[in-house]
Design a protein around this ligand. Structure first.
Ligand code: NAD
Length: 461
């Protein structure tokens, strides 16, 4: 394999994972960020996010990895430049592309005459490839006083990693999608990803290759299709989760058990068992913003997306349903003390974006509840990021349980399954647990003295 020079703009969850993975498979990678604090940590060999395996892989790739805040150090030499900056939601649901714009302009100012592929790895709406191309072109022209002629091409390479298993997903992806109009760009990306496609890199000891792993399919598409693949994938998964949550609501009414229903339908190979866990619903930085962006893009083209829109409504309703369950059990919420187990939007990450727990905490506070929160990893971040949130941050689950009227399992961190539930039941005013992920062992909890209320498990409408 010919090692390439790669620049990655943005070292967030996606950028750092991309940079480290590409360095691990043999490329020379320079990561660029505007956040000097992140860069200082990364230079010292430490990850600025909680992501299993990231620091280990960084360590194994350290000779091929550089970190800088200067585009001039990364862009001119690069064969491939990834844009991996954030694309958060604007208030109207459309993606806020100001970071992508700044990155494209920074790239345009520092490109030289050798052929470079600029890759949108950020999730960006349809048409962004052409837009980025024009931004790079204008910035290049402003700097050099002439047009950049054929020395760059823009491609799309959407990212499908899951936070919490980002390293695994990057080394062993289900597929790689690349989109471009110019054949040379697709060829360059094929060569870049060849060790991943052929799985020819040495497997790291801490992240072994799955037994059934075969060559990774590479989907080469046009730009617009590649851009839409990412939104379609996230929307489909969101719909699947909301679908089972809708069934869960009916299951509760008729006294059925949604976990049995999910198993019954999930074993049908046309449906598949994943993303059929009823519960509080999705959170995080992607599903909410990407479904909103898809609906917003469709609207621009005169289309509505009723299925995706409904999935969003069902999802955000799930959070209110948890409050309703508590109200049903406790009758009066005002003055109660309720503990939330888990703040990160899912286990094995410290990401708090669109965190269902923080949303539920706010809803409960509005009802006059005294809210306590715990998370094995994200507690301090939550405190820092939410200085005005009037909750009690508990380092210890027992402090959260003491004299509490109920606890809610919000994030299915593995450690919560084996808590000292007997001890907690003794400490609580009322040993009530609302299991927002149907994650806990109901029988064990009942033996420990708890009343266990799940989602869609029939016993508790
Ligand atoms: P993030 O917010 O964690 O990281 C973005 C990084 O870009 C930050 O470190 C920020 O400082 C940096 N940045 C901002 N402006 C910059 C600039 N002008 N130059 C250099 N750096 C700059 O975001 P993320 O979660 O990594 O997501 C990045 C993109 O990938 C988004 O479009 C997202 O939708 C997409 N994506 C995310 C995930 C995920 O699980 N997080 C998965 C797939 C796709």
């Amino acid at each position: 394999m010919k090692a390439m020079k790669v620049a990655v703009i943005g070292t967030g969850y996606v950028g750092i994972t991309t940079g480290v993975t590409l360095a691990y498979i043999g490329h020379q990678v320079t990561c660029v960020d505007v956040d000097l604090k992140k860069l200082a940590l990364l230079r010292s060999g430490k990850a600025h996010i909680y992501e299993p395996g990231l620091e280990e892989l960084m360590h194994l790739s350290r000779e091929r990895l550089k970190f800088t805040d200067a585009y001039a150090e990364a862009v001119p030499d690069a064969d491939v430049i990834f844009v991996a900056v954030g694309t958060p939601s604007a208030p109207d649901g459309s993606p806020d592309l100001r970071y992508v714009q700044a990155a494209a302009e920074g790239i345009g100012q520092h490109l030289n005459s050798k052929f470079t592929v600029i890759v949108n790895k950020s999730t960006v709406p349809i048409g962004s490839g052409n837009w980025v191309e024009s931004l790079v072109q204008s910035a290049y022209e402003a700097k050099n006083g002439k047009k950049a002629k054929g020395n760059f091409a823009v491609a799309s390479n959407p990212e499908f990693l899951r936070e919490g298993s980002a390293i695994y997903d990057s080394l062993y992806p289900d597929r790689i999608v690349v989109g471009a109009e110019r054949e040379e760009a697709l060829e360059t990306l094929y060569n870049l990803y060849r060790p991943l496609i052929e799985q020819s890199f040495p497997e790291p000891a801490f992240q072994p290759r799955p037994n059934a792993m075969k060559a990774v399919p590479l989907i080469s598409a046009d730009l617009a299709s590649a851009e839409l693949i990412k939104y379609a994938a996230n929307a489909f998964l969101s719909v699947k989760i909301s679908f089972i949550n809708e069934i869960a609501a009916l299951a509760e009414r008729v006294g059925a058990d949604v976990t049995q229903i999910a198993r019954g339908i999930g074993l049908d190979s046309r449906i598949g068992p994943r993303f059929l866990q009823a519960g509080i619903g999705w959170g995080g930085s992607c599903f909410g913003k990407d479904t909103a962006a898809l609906v917003s893009t469709a609207k621009e083209y005169g289309l509505s997306m009723p299925i995706v829109q409904a999935a969003r409504e069902v999802n955000y309703r799930q959070r209110e349903r948890i409050v309703e369950k508590l109200q049903r059990e406790l009758k009066i919420l005002k003055g109660r003390t309720i503990g939330l187990l888990g703040l990160a939007f899912k286990p094995n990450t410290d990401d708090l974006r669109d965190s269902p727990a923080l949303d539920i905490a706010q809803r409960l506070i509005k009802q006059g509840v005294k809210v306590r929160v715990h998370d094995p990893i994200a507690l301090e971040q939550a405190r820092e990021q939410n200085p005005d949130l009037a909750v009690e941050y508990c380092q210890n689950v027992m402090d959260l349980a003491e004299d509490a009227d109920a606890v809610v399992l919000v994030t299915d961190w593995a450690v919560y399954r084996d808590l000292d539930w007997e001890g907690m039941a003794r400490l609580m005013k009322k040993p009530l647990v609302v299991d927002g992920r149907n994650f806990l062992d109901k029988r064990r909890l009942e033996k420990a003295g708890f009343q266990h209320v799940g989602v869609g498990t029939g016993t508790n409408p």
